[in-house]
Write a protein that binds this ligand. Structure first.
Ligand code: UDP
Length: 324
């Protein structure tokens, strides 16, 4: 099978590429390398297993040739990370809307099975116990830039569902909750690789706010397995599906866990939100997925313990940090 992964040089995308290459598929990657790294897929490109098309997913000169012979599309190319979205709001809106619109349009015209990666951010400030796909989205004021990410991804979901209804696009929307693992960079805000790096370097672990905010972290390998299973499940067409590990952890507990696993004596440093993200930032207090729909569709959900994932990230980063 030939598979197209937009954003395939990024964190989740490159693991998806690995898994499809391992299965014997031909893979085409479209990535502008704004946040993705060629390193992540270089070995497959060298081995002739991946065709790499550098450019924007919304550019027809890049997208049309990339679509040749493709039977399955994963659309992941998007603005990444809270830091980057706050620093580049305009580019983030454009990337999220234009690329999705172009990819869905072409996939719909050719009737190609498509998976779109949305995000738990679309639930916004809804902090209920276990967020179901049918739950309300709750956003803050438009002057708070953080919400542009949620709203642009939610608009992409509307687009995908509209293409499904009106043009028969066989699409599944996956709402990824916090996903982590090797290759994830902390440069754009992601807390787990940031803490692991700080712990390995003996720097203070920067806990934003009071550390009582709660998140659920899934291992990227589990997430990729779930995405591939959804792509092969006809009943998932037209559905919005949460993908995440329902185990909850406070950010303070995460800091302590990282220090224990890495064997680091780094102290915790509380940093107020304003210093971390600038004035007017609103954090999500809690974000827990209800994964019953995922389980009913594919028969499993992400369960790798956070401890194992932290150890895996530490091994990966330690290689990077080791003097050569
Ligand atoms: N966070 C933190 N220290 C950091 C980076 C992030 O305490 O160095 C917090 C952040 O404010 C949020 C949580 O960790 O409450 C998860 O942040 P991340 O950016 O990884 O994901 P998201 O905010 O999208 O859930």
């Amino acid at each position: 099978m030939r598979v197209l992964v937009t954003g395939g040089a990024g964190f989740v995308g490159s693991h998806l590429v690995d898994a499809h290459v391992a299965r014997g598929d031909d893979v085409v990657v479209v990535d502008d390398l704004s946040t993705g790294r060629l390193d992540n897929i270089e070995a497959h490109v060298q081995a002739g297993r991946v065709r790499f098309c550098q450019g924007l997913a919304e550019d027809p000169a890049v997208l049309y040739p990339a679509f040749e012979g493709v039977e399955l599309v994963y659309h992941l190319a998007a603005a990444v990370g809270v830091f980057r979205i706050l620093a580049h709001p305009l580019a983030s809106i454009r990337t999220n809307l234009d690329a999705s619109s172009a990819v869905f349009e072409l996939a719909a015209a050719r009737g190609i099975r498509t998976l779109f990666t949305s995000t738990s951010e679309v639930y916004g400030k809804n902090a209920s116990d276990a967020l179901k796909e049918s739950d309300d989205t709750i956003y803050g004021a438009t002057k708070v830039h953080r919400w542009l990410y949620a709203v642009s991804k939610a608009t992409d979901e509307f687009l995908a569902l509209a293409q499904c209804q009106e043009s028969g696009l066989p699409v599944t929307i996956v709402r990824l909750f916090n996903t982590t693992g090797p290759r994830q960079t902390g440069a754009y805000g992601m807390v787990v690789p940031r803490f692991v790096r700080q712990a390995l370097e003996g720097q203070p672990l920067t806990v934003f706010g009071d550390g009582s905010q709660l998140r659920c972290f899934a291992n990227v390998h589990d997430v990729v397995a779930a995405m591939m299973a959804l792509a092969a499940t006809p009943a998932a067409v037209g559905e919005v599906v949460n993908v995440g590990n329902p185990r909850e952890t406070s950010i303070s507990d995460l800091a302590a866990l990282v220090c224990r696993i890495v064997g680091s004596k780094s102290p915790v440093q509380l940093v107020d939100y304003q210093a971390a993200y600038g004035a007017g930032f609103e954090d999500m207090r809690r974000r827990v997925p209800d994964v019953s729909l995922l389980r009913s569709l594919i028969g499993f959900v992400p369960t790798t313990p956070l401890e194992e994932t932290i150890a895996e990230i530490a091994r990966d980063l330690a290689r990077d940090l080791a003097p050569s």
